[in-house]
Design a protein around this ligand. Structure first.
Ligand code: HEM
Length: 450
């Protein structure tokens, strides 16, 4: 508790200097916990130290985790010149490039973000319904009816197809196949844990200058630049509604359009930020539904009725709450800053923990239970439902991802009845930055029409 002074009322706790407490583990133990058991580690620290604790991560630095919604609000509404998200994402630099909106900080971040926001506005999403439904339905047509299917790779195929068509605007033919292959290769490179080692040892700046690394990216870059240049000259550019075509026509306050290099970096960013995340979120929804027959039946009834989708929306909100794809976001402090009543030193990263916020029993009674109904009575709170982060860094593709989840789940539930293959419910397993279903979301998707 703070100490009352003449000019500070007793009710307002005094600012404490220094870092909040945290575990005093060896480097080996912290590394093991962080890579292999991040969520149990967060639970452990929260139970022991409360809503604010410090973990020193080898190579990553000092992270202060926060999970009180009031403190999360402080972080998300704080000065983005001081609370820097771009600096915290620097590990992605070699693949995304220096113009990536994920890696920029103010003022460049805001000007790039402003260029990118209009194509992702919620109202525009209807334009992608058909592309999304087609990608899902072509995929579902290929599935067996009584053999177990691992949904996560299947959903990765769907979300890649959606990005190729809705974001890159590539539709049919050889170019689509080539681009699909090359982009898949880039995604595999990023999700390969071996990639983290040279990045950490050399640092992202040096890694991207290495010849072998540049050679690795050359073929995909060539295709992406070719696509940009072909689209720039397309006769129907102004009538197209794919995101690349919209970005090509966007200009900043000075009337300046994006350069090819900027467009390339943003396309790679949208691919990396939007592909695996959305596939994982849909897989979790399917895993949870397959193990909750009453909730599945209610959803099937709504879909069959052609209902407006209130329950479907609640299923999606509850999935992203209970199984957040990303467990935390980061803001690196550029100067000493008061957060949660503590003066934190420059250089540390503050980490609002999506996972811990979503499990607060004071906000979500019975937080471990899958209860979509809770979102029928209570709309998600800005600082208590944060699967997409928040503030000026909130996920640009949030509306896109939720819309895609709706369209794919609708297609799937209308045609297939999901049931688990047995065993225990799957648990979240770390895969680079996402938390995926431990068994790949394996289930039977029996036919509903025969
Ligand atoms: C369920 C799927 C998704 C989840 C859970 C998710 C989650 C997130 C999170 C947690 C952040 C960081 C926010 C912060 O620091 O406060 C983020 C940023 C971002 N996401 Fe997503 N995302 C998803 C899908 C997408 C999609 C589909 C796209 C685009 C096609 C996308 C594009 C981006 C971009 C560009 C940023 C950087 C925004 C900025 O720094 O200004 N994401 N996302």
């Amino acid at each position: 508790m703070g100490i009352a002074t003449a000019d500070r009322p007793a009710a307002a706790p005094a600012t404490r200097a220094g870092l909040p407490p945290g575990p005093d583990w060896s480097v080996a133990r912290t590394t093991w916990n962080w890579w292999r058991r991040p969520l149990p580690m967060l639970d452990h620290c929260h139970a022991r130290y409360g809503d604010m604790f410090t973990i020193r991560l080898p190579y990553e630095g000092t992270w202060v985790f926060v999970s009180d919604p009031e403190v999360v609000k402080e972080v998300f509404t704080g000065d983005p010149n001081v609370l820097r998200a771009g600096a915290a994402n620097i590990i992605l630099l070699p693949v995304l490039g220096e113009h990536s909106v994920l890696l920029l900080d103010e003022p460049e971040h805001m000007s790039q973000r402003k260029l990118m926001l209009p194509p992702f506005h919620g109202k525009r999403m209807q334009a992608y319904r058909e592309v999304m439904a087609r990608a899902a339905s072509e995929e579902i047509d290929r599935w067996p009816t009584e053999t177990p299917i691992r949904m996560r790779p299947r959903m990765q195929a769907v979300t890649l197809e959606v990005i190729l068509r809705a974001v890159f605007g590539v539709d049919e033919g050889a170019r689509l196949a080539q681009l699909r292959d090359q982009l898949r290769g880039t995604l595999n490179l990023l999700s390969d844990p071996r990639w983290a080692v040279p990045t950490v040892l050399l640092g992202p700046q040096r890694l991207r200058r290495l010849r072998w690394f540049r050679k690795r990216l050359e073929p995909v870059d060539r295709l992406v630049f070719e696509e940009i240049s072909a689209r720039r000259g397309a006769a129907d550019l102004t009538e197209r509604d794919d995101i690349l075509s919209l970005l090509l026509q966007a200009t900043d306050e000075d009337g300046r359009p994006m350069s090819d290099r900027e467009l390339r970096d943003e396309l790679m960013t949208l691919l990396v930020a939007g592909h695996e995340t959305t596939a994982t979120a849909i897989s979790w929804a399917l895993e949870l539904l397959s193990r909750h027959p009453a909730e599945l039946e209610r959803l099937e009834a709504e879909v069959d009725r052609g209902g407006e989708g209130a329950y479907l929306d609640a299923v999606i909100k509850e999935t992203l709450r209970l199984r957040p794809v990303i467990a935390l976001v980061l803001r690196k402090l550029a100067e000493p800053t008061e957060i949660g009543g503590r003066l934190l030193p420059a250089g540390v990263s503050v980490a609002p923990s999506i996972y811990l916020v979503h499990r607060r029993p004071d906000v979500y009674p019975e937080p471990e239970r899958f209860r979509p109904e809770r979102f029928l009575d209570q709309p998600p709170g800005t600082y208590t439902w944060i699967p997409f982060g928040g503030g000026v860094r909130r996920c640009l593709g949030g509306a896109f991802a939720e819309f895609e989840m709706q369209v794919v789940l609708r297609e799937l539930v209308a045609r297939r009845r999901l049931r688990p293959t047995g065993g225990e419910p799957e648990y979240p397993l770390r895969r680079t930055i996402t938390n995926v279903p431990s068994g790949g979301a394996e289930m039977i998707a029996a036919s509903r029409t025969t």
